[in-house]
Design a binder for this molecule. Structure first.
Ligand code: MCA
Ligand code: AMP
Length: 466
């Protein structure tokens, strides 16, 4: 059973709060049980993952029924949504249904059904995540993997039923949905979702009658919190301030510590691997470093060159490709044995695509990614190939290269370099927004006469940018 706390006989008031909606543990079990009663068959359910109690109830309902959940970003454009629905084989839809979606809608039953015992190896969540090229891939996470990943975090963060987790992150990624909601429901702590991850909303919870003990954010969220010192100071009494999903600049780490009186806990993870590395609640928190493997996870750093297979030294300086192994890893990409095989380094090791260094104490620092084609903007993982393909569909675009350029707030901002005539910047941005999620829109389009290419004709993205 993944959500163990839901089987406890004792009720818990305010177990889940999303904006103004409040459910006790018993209330959630009842609502999710009624949702489960309305699921037709046992195929995956696509959940329109708005930041709402409905999403929590639907996801929990699917898990109680032993049916895989496919969270669909609520703003995903038709091209992206069609791909997710087709590829996942979703058999039903939960939430507000766009006209073009013809799947049957889940209608909650009058009576809740009891949770079923499911095979822990069965996919519990299918999370769509970008690769360097093509449409997003569905990472299959089993109930066993999710449980192992969460149990590791309970240990390293000292997370207990007495905690209250607070965040406002999207409910269609590991960070917001799995850690931020399922984590609480597994251990039995409370969770408050602020609908949007705005500083004033975090501060309002911190100053309320029911303050949080752990606040989660991506670096962009923390950047906005420190820009509002009053909001930052409201978080001073929290037990842990946790940052992850993208690199936390050292200056931001220091500023959080200065304003709140406590250094943030950094942790590193991926959709495919859950959380691998983290600082400990009671241990060292080092700016620029993401800590030690969580219980059950192992890491190794292999040389950047394929010819040399000797692991790089743990000297805190030599960069290697980060590989991860452990029971919290995904079971593969849906319908993509090629991509699954490519990510598999053998013997259970998964190639993360990240570059890292490790010191003698086992602390890790992420120094970058192997490919410039995976962009992290606001904590979202975005493949440049997917945006390029959509832009190339536009009649005024002859050639295009999409890159991530440094941005103080977002970490990286999406910039499209376009060779073509006719289209304006706004037209091209709107063209992307009409097909893909909003966060995949380029922030900027730069029209150029030609793209830099090597003698083989390949675009040299590293030569682009200001
Ligand atoms: C955005 N806007 C634009 C454009 N882009 N307008 C014109 N052109 C564009 N190209 C609009 C937005 O729609 C919004 O408008 C306004 O500008 C502000 O946008 P933005 O600055 O992006 O702020 P935001 O929309 O508030 O987003 C920042 C954010 C968001 C809240 C930090 O990026 C976010 O929720 N990130 C979290 C991602 C995450 O959870 N990642 C976890 C995956 P309007 O206000 O009108 O809407 S990683 C993971 O799960 C692993 C395992 C891990 O390690 O955690
Ligand atoms: P996603 O699959 O969206 O979770 O994105 C995973 C990627 O986010 C990783 O491969 C890293 O590149 C990046 N990432 C996650 N956490 C951190 C972190 N704490 N520091 C640096 N990069 C991170």
């Amino acid at each position: 059973m993944l959500l163990t706390s839901l089987t406890r006989p004792q009720d818990l008031d305010r177990a889940v709060v999303v904006g103004d909606d409040v459910l006790s543990r018993a209330g959630l079990v009842d609502a999710a049980g009624r949702f489960a009663a309305g699921i037709p068959g046992d195929g995956p359910v696509a959940v329109c993952a708005t930041a709402s109690m409905d999403t929590v109830v639907a996801a929990v309902g699917c898990l109680l029924a032993g049916v895989p959940v496919v969270p669909v970003p609520p703003d995903s454009g038709p091209a992206e949504r069609d791909h997710v629905l087709r590829d996942s084989g979703a058999a039903a839809w939960a939430g507000e249904r766009p006209d073009e979606v013809t799947l049957p809608q889940v209608r909650p039953g009058a009576e809740p059904v009891a949770p079923v015992e499911t095979d822990p190896e069965r996919t519990a969540m299918l999370l769509y995540t970008s690769g360097t090229t093509g449409a997003p891939k569905g990472a299959e996470l089993s109930g066993r993997a999710i449980a192992a990943g969460l149990d590791g975090l309970f240990d390293v963060w000292g997370w207990t039923p007495d905690d209250t987790v607070v965040h406002g992150l999207p409910l269609f990624h590991v960070h917001g949905l799995i850690l931020g909601v399922l984590g609480a429901l597994r251990i039995g702590s409370r969770v408050v979702h602020t609908v949007k991850p705005e500083p004033a909303r975090y501060a309002a919870v911190a100053r309320s009658e029911h303050p949080g003990t752990m606040y989660f954010g991506v670096p962009t969220v923390w950047n906005r919190i420190v820009a509002d010192p009053d909001a930052a100071q409201a978080l001073a009494n929290a037990r842990l301030l946790v940052s992850g999903s993208a690199p936390l600049p050292e200056s931001l780490f220091s500023r959080i510590a200065e304003l709140t009186g406590q250094a943030p806990v950094e942790r590193y993870g991926m959709t495919e691997t859950m959380i691998t590395l983290s600082a400990r609640a009671g241990g060292e928190r080092r700016a620029g470093w993401v800590g030690l493997p969580v219980p059950g996870a192992e890491t190794r750093l292999v040389p950047a060159s394929d010819e040399d297979t000797t692991p790089v030294p743990d000297d805190g300086e030599t960069v290697g490709r980060l590989e991860v192994r452990g029971p919290m890893l995904f079971s593969g990409y849906r319908n993509r044995p090629d991509a699954t095989a490519e990510s598999d380094a053998g013997d259970g090791w998964f190639r993360t695509g990240d570059l890292a260094v490790r010191d003698a104490a086992g602390f890790h620092r992420i120094v970058g990614r192997e490919s410039t084609d995976l962009i992290k903007s606001g904590g979202y993982r975005i493949g440049s190939g997917e945006i390029e393909a959509v832009l190339l569909d536009h009649p005024d675009v002859a050639e295009v290269a999409v890159v991530g350029e440094p941005d103080d707030d977002l970490g990286q901002r999406i910039v499209a370099y376009v060779v073509g005539e006719g289209g304006t910047e706004q037209e091209l941005i709107d063209h992307v927004a009409a097909k893909l999620s909003r966060h995949k829109r380029p922030r900027e389009v730069r029209f150029v006469d030609a793209l830099p290419r090597n003698p083989m004709g390949k675009v040299q993205k590293k030569r682009l940018g200001r």
